[in-house]
Design a protein around this ligand. Structure first.
Ligand code: HC0
Ligand code: SF4
Length: 574
């Protein structure tokens, strides 16, 4: 242990601890900008590029960046001298001299770390005037916008994309004043290998990376006389939306969210969970078919569009391995525009399906040409959890004070198995609950597969079904997915089925969720919220969902049958 004194308080810390970390232990806050501790993926963005966190160390001439300076025995530090404050102010003033000052109309207004810091440091004028670097805004993608005019070169996006996700989209182009961050060859995002996982967006401190705003399209649909507007909500939204209204992370707001959506004017408020149950019917049937007919194994889950785009780019020699199932919200869309439309006597051309998702990639996915039926997109618009929160605020709906309401029938009925889709490990656990019963014709008494739960990057379990050991794995975060994929490519994988989610934590950590900046506690609480909701459900196995049974009886026939294939399955492209 080494002893360090910060602002007159002494503490003993492990060798190698930075001044910033030591200060945190003493509850002394040092302002930071580029620094980010992504606890949930055990990664730190410690590029020390911004120098906002500088402190004074006794006996040293220069100020030191506290995020990158380890403590040493007997070190005496001051974090709040006038010299420190002036140095920080200068850093921010220089940043502002090369930053647009349109805060009032900026996407990140009130959510921008640069803005907060300028306010905290009491900066009241732009001190330096000169040429500003300008770049073309990249609006090429359906999911995210890159506006390098607002980039402060903190490198968080690079850390996230290159180290955690291992997609390697970004790198610095040019040097000095001309530096900016861009995909290889400065390609537009939609031509790059970006997966649209949105993880870089979720750590960007400014509005350099933001989500494509679909709120206006949804308002328009809601106000169009001839549109029958249906909304569906993803599993992970219900445990995070409350955060936008001051609730603790993990607070389950399902009933309040339903009430709010009804107040917004949606004609029907349905649940993506219904379609997650449907996905399990199809995926379990497909898995069993491959098991029994010598099909290619392991089967990989295919409901995460970021993950799908990742393997299409980087593992396109393995395109026959993922399940062919569309993702739940896409299955929902097509069922709404066929089965439900027929049942209700509505022309599907007038149906407008809105998905509320924790995800940016769902925006891109919804526009994929493979995911159309009868010349109609299965899903017409996707809003992230954050956007829904913003829209409710626009409509002056005070979510937390609403009375709980129930989803509409029949596409609102769901089981616990579908709820757990929202967290890493949940999809495969849900699939096991059904696969087990279908293969054994016995009741699965213990439905919780605890080995598959938690935050470990890769987890595995062996499940005995009849006399066979079924080897299961789960990976979340694309860096972890890559490891399992490389084993498959090398012929070294012994798994029968693998669940992969692009975002660390699964959908609860999606790029469209309220910002959590790597705070592990937030993710753990959201996960707890998901498992709590599972426990509270009357049915906990997808094949027990009465509305799903009826859908097959009345319309689809057999799981994995002809009709199901036409509507619910897809294919992948290089
Ligand atoms: Fe997910 Fe989904 S679970 S991807 O994470 O499978 O986005 O929550 O809606 O579609 O159901 C996201 C969450 C979904 C889909 C479901 C799947
Ligand atoms: Fe990388 Fe994901 Fe950001 Fe694309 S969205 S640049 S894949 S982190």
């Amino acid at each position: 242990l080494v002893h360090v004194t910060i602002n007159n308080q002494t503490i003993a810390v492990e060798e190698g601890t930075t001044i910033l970390e030591a200060a945190k232990k003493l509850d002394i806050r040092i302002p930071t900008l580029c620094y980010l501790n992504l606890e949930h993926v055990k990664t730190v963005n410690g590029s020390a590029s911004c120098r906002v966190c500088v402190v004074e160390i006794e006996g040293r001439r220069n100020l030191a960046p506290s995020c990158a300076t380890p403590v040493s025995e007997g070190m005496v530090v001051r974090t709040n001298t006038l010299r420190c404050i002036k140095a920080r102010r200068l850093v921010v003033e220089l940043l502002l001299s090369n930053h647009p000052t349109d805060c009032l109309i900026c996407e990140k207004n009130l959510n921008c770390e640069l803005q907060s810091l300028a306010a905290e440091l009491d900066i009241r004028r732009i001190k330096f005037h000169g040429v500003r670097a300008t770049h073309e805004k990249d609006i090429s993608s359906k999911a995210m916008i890159r506006n390098m005019d607002k980039c402060i070169l903190c490198r968080r996006c690079e850390t996230m994309c290159n180290q955690v996700q291992t997609v390697h989209v970004y790198s610095a182009v040019n040097r000095g004043f001309d530096t900016f961050i861009a995909p290889a060859l400065n390609l537009p995002m939609d031509k790059s290998i970006c997966t649209f996982c949105g993880q870089c967006v979720s750590v960007c401190p400014t509005a350099a990376l933001t989500v494509v705003n679909d709120i206006p399209n949804v308002w328009e649909a809601l106000n169009a006389k001839d549109k029958f507007v249906i909304v569906q909500t993803a599993p992970a939204v219900r445990v995070a939306l409350g955060e936008k209204f001051g609730a603790e992370p993990g607070t389950v707001v399902t009933g309040k969210m339903v009430a709010a959506l009804r107040m917004m004017g949606f004609d029907k408020v349905f649940d993506t969970d219904f379609a997650a149950d449907l996905t399990i019917m199809e995926e379990a049937a497909e898995f069993i078919h491959r098991l029994q007919h010598g099909g290619r194994l392991p089967i990989l889950t295919s409901c995460c569009p970021g993950w799908v785009k990742f393997f299409e780019h980087q593992f396109n020699d393995l395109l026959d391995i993922p399940s062919t199932c569309k993702s739940p919200h896409e299955m929902f869309g097509v069922i709404a525009k066929t089965y439900y439309a027929e049942k209700m006597g509505i022309d599907p051309k007038n149906i407008f399906v809105v998905s509320i998702m924790p995800c940016l990639a769902k925006k891109y996915e919804a526009a994929r040409p493979e995911l159309m039926h009868d010349d109609m997109q299965d899903v017409d618009a996707v809003l992230t959890t954050r956007e829904l929160g913003d829209m409710l605020k626009e409509a002056n709906i005070d979510l937390m004070n609403l009375k709980d309401e129930e989803f509409d029938e029949p596409l609102g009925e769901s089981t616990g198995a579908s709820v757990i889709f929202g967290t890493t490990g949940g999809v495969i656990e849900a699939a096991l609950r059904t696969t087990y019963e279908w293969l054994t014709n016995e009741t699965l008494e213990e439905v919780e597969f605890h080995e598959l739960r938690g935050f470990e990057g890769i987890r595995e379990a062996v499940v005995k079904i009849n006399d066979q050991d079924i080897n299961i794995a789960v990976a979340h975060g694309l860096g972890n997915a890559r490891k399992l994929l490389e084993d498959i490519r090398a012929g070294k994988s012994h798994y029968h089925a693998i669940e992969i989610m692009a975002c660390p934590g699964g959908c609860i950590g999606g790029g469209g969720q309220p910002y959590h900046f790597g705070n592990f506690d937030v993710l753990k609480k959201r996960m707890e919220g998901i498992y709590k909701e599972d426990k509270s459900k009357k049915y906990r196995k997808s094949h027990e969902n009465p509305a799903i049974k009826k859908l097959y009886e009345e319309y689809l026939g057999e799981p994995n049958g002809e009709k199901a294939h036409e509507l619910l399955h897809t294919y992948y492209v290089k």
